[in-house]
Design a protein around this ligand. Structure first.
Ligand SMILES: [Zn+2]
Length: 470
């Protein structure tokens, strides 16, 4: 028995289907035409973390204890990143491992630091310092063609075709690693490059097709090799076009419920920039170095080159601030003001309901209380308000001095490109294998862990929120 899960970060059927109809993308087509297939409804917020872990744990953020990439620590006055240790629960491959099945998990986001598995775990983004592979000695066996993280990023001064040349190699490396670890019973690969392409190249048909084709070639290889087993195609969330991005905490500041404090910005001199090399020239040079160095150098350059956003932590008055927003419609009331909580929430609701875009559209579609969206033992840590945006608008939490990203002067963008695509709640799902018939279904991301456990004949824990799709 073999199950291979091909997880393509941010994949959506919308751009795929027209190519399937033209007879292109035979890999995706196998799922769409011959498998159990349809959209995969992601978790809220529909982002990489907690999306991937909702897949592997089969439960909602209220049970995992993780709602975003980071969480607000009101006491320490910090926004703290969350890694794999922040999630409460077991991944479905833990259950398979206990039954003696060998598992290989490749590049899944939010798996760092690595937890022991009955096989191999190569962690995905975000990485911290220290060991990133389980068992640790496996790191020596990782070939040079497998980059720890993607280093080919779309930037203003590089032809996207050149960036895509690099991304194609990175995409291929994930499928190559699946083949290298083929002797495992369960193989999961995440291909995260797709999400980056969707964010920045959604309106570039040529690049989008090259990306789909690179993934499709990998999918075909897996399907050809796994003729007798089950293959699942899935994503952590979808993607679609956006009109603009906005800075929610700037909106809260304008309404006086987030208070900025006087802050003297550390000036970066021209000499500092020059000291780090001639921008993208060094970027290119960096790519000849080992991947671990590349990433560090590129991040450094990018940080210096862009001044459009700054962090929140040092810039706000934590005692006077009533509400802080994180990305994706998440809003938190300051615990210092819990006795006024209902009034604050009512006021916030009015601000959000009346918030319109530059083109006059309502920004938020639905406004919920946290406990209307989540359930489980960590629901008390849920955001007080979860506001679902009209998906053509993307909420961000840093401060930029502007509410709308499109108002930020061009020179502040530095190396950065504007996002033209962002997440959607509908991702992709497909399953082919023995006894699976071609049929459309609307699956939930929580259903995948129960489905895989059922294929292996394992009991599905009651704690899981989904159900088996077969
Ligand atoms: Zn993602």
């Amino acid at each position: 028995m073999k199950v291979v899960v091909i997880g393509i970060d941010g994949a959506t059927w919308d751009p795929v289907i027209p190519y399937i109809e033209k007879g292109l993308l035979p890999g995706y087509s196998q799922f769409w035409n011959n498998g159990l297939h349809g959209p995969l409804i992601s978790t809220i917020p529909y982002i990489t973390q907690p999306g991937w872990k909702a897949y592997s744990m089969g439960k909602n953020p209220g049970k995992m204890g993780v709602y975003f990439w980071s969480k607000i620590d009101w006491k320490d006055m910090k926004i703290k990143n969350i890694n794999s240790l922040g999630f409460d629960g077991v991944d479905y491959w833990d259950i398979l491992g206990e039954k003696g099945y060998k598992t290989a998990i490749i590049d899944m986001p939010s798996t760092f630091p690595p937890k022991p598995v009955n096989g191999v775990l190569i962690t995905g983004i975000p990485h911290g310092s220290g060991n990133w592979v389980y068992p640790p000695e496996f790191e020596q066996k990782i070939p040079e063609w497998y980059p720890k993280e993607s280093v080919h990023l779309f930037v203003k001064n590089e032809d996207p075709k050149v960036t895509m040349d690099g991304l194609e190699k990175e995409i291929k490396s994930r499928f190559d690693m699946a083949e290298m670890l083929w002797d495992h019973d369960l193989i999961h690969i995440s291909v995260v490059m797709n999400d980056h392409v969707s964010h920045f190249m959604w309106n570039n048909e040529e690049i989008m097709y090259r990306n789909l084709k690179a993934n499709d070639e990998g999918i075909q290889r897996i399907l050809n090799k796994n003729k007798d087993g089950y293959t699942i195609l899935m994503s952590d969330h979808g993607n679609g076009p956006i009109e603009d991005e906005f800075y929610a905490n700037e909106l809260l500041a304008e309404h006086g419920i987030l208070i900025k404090k006087e802050f003297r910005e550390k000036k970066i001199s021209r000499e500092d920039v020059v000291k780090f090399g001639t921008k993208l020239g060094l970027d290119k040079l960096a790519r000849k170095l080992p991947y671990s160095f590349q990433k560090r150098i590129i991040q450094r350059i990018q940080h210096i080159e862009s001044s459009m956003e700054t962090g929140l932590e040092e810039k706000i008055d934590w005692k006077e601030t009533r509400v802080i927003a994180l990305d994706e419609g998440l809003f938190y009331v300051n615990p210092l003001y819990y006795d006024e909580r209902e009034d604050i929430i009512e006021n916030l609701r009015k601000i959000l309901e009346n918030f319109t875009s530059k083109s006059g559209k309502k920004v938020y579609k639905n406004i919920f209380r946290g406990d209307e969206v989540y359930w489980g033992k960590y629901v008390n840590e849920a955001p007080d308000i979860v506001a679902i945006t009209n998906e053509i608008y993307h909420q961000r939490y840093p401060l930029s001095g502007y509410i709308w990203a499109s108002d930020i002067p061009e020179e502040k963008w530095g190396y950065r490109l504007r996002q033209v695509g962002h997440h959607r709640i509908q991702g992709i799902f497909g399953l082919v294998g023995p006894g699976i018939e071609a049929r459309y279904t609307k699956a939930s991301i929580y259903d995948l862990a129960p489905t895989i456990l059922k294929i292996f004949g394992c009991e599905i824990p009651k704690e899981m929120d989904g159900k088996s799709l077969i």
